[in-house]
Design a protein around this ligand. Structure first.
Ligand code: PRP
Ligand code: MN
Ligand code: MG
Length: 179
């Protein structure tokens, strides 16, 4: 059983949607319009963000793929040991790739995945993270695009879980324990 908690809204669904529009303008300017873009979501946390992002890019030729990496399990602390639980279905060699992540915390997950994907020699590899907690960083890593920088709060919603709960909240909220 987890400790009792309530969720306070930190970033509204409306603010997220507006930021995604801005991010997609920059993403469009970076990737050639006449080349297919492989959009790779990191399961499970990115599933909501990638769904909104690819629909905002509906004017582009987009292929969607997923990779699953996990470092947290059900705990609130990173294990610092990133495991690839599911690899991409498609090849990325010579292709334009955008990796989509919900949050960069210590940086272990995304830096590990980027390192792995770089070794497959994509033509261009960029990363977008909806949230960034720079105060928690343990490895030198920064996404090419960040939606929002946030303070060191435990956040949930919009794909992000606490012990597998609250991924289906439409906004980003912070967990406040009530015990
Ligand atoms: C969470 C989150 C990021 C990662 C960020 O995933 O979704 O992928 O941790 O933390 P880091 O920068 O410290 O590595 P988690 O391992 O909980 O798996 P999930 O996406 O399936 O919830
Ligand atoms: Mn994740
Ligand atoms: Mg998680």
């Amino acid at each position: 059983m987890s400790r009792p908690y309530v969720i306070d809204e930190l970033i509204s669904a409306k603010a997220i949607a507006a930021r995604i529009e801005e991010l997609c303008r920059e993403i469009r300017a970076t990737f050639p319009a006449d080349e297919r873009l492989v959009v790779v979501g990191l399961l499970r946390g990115s599933f909501v963000f990638i769904a909104d992002l690819v629909r905002e890019l509906s004017d582009r030729d987009v292929e969607v793929d997923f990779i699953e990496a996990s470092s947290y399990g059900n705990s609130m602390e990173s294990s610092r040991e990133v495991r690839i639980l599911k690899d991409l279905r498609g090849e990325i060699e010579g292709r334009n790739v955008l990796v989509v992540e919900d949050i960069v915390d210590t940086g272990y997950t995304l830096s590990h995945v980027i390192h792995l994907l770089e070794s497959r020699h994509p033509k261009r590899l960029k990363t977008v993270a909806l949230l960034d907690k720079p105060s928690r960083r343990e490895v030198d890593f920064k996404a090419d695009w960040t939606g929002f920088e946030i303070p060191d709060e435990f956040v949930v919603g919009y794909g992000i879980d606490y012990a597998q709960c609250n991924r289906n909240l439409p906004c980003i909220g912070k967990v406040r324990f009530t015990d």
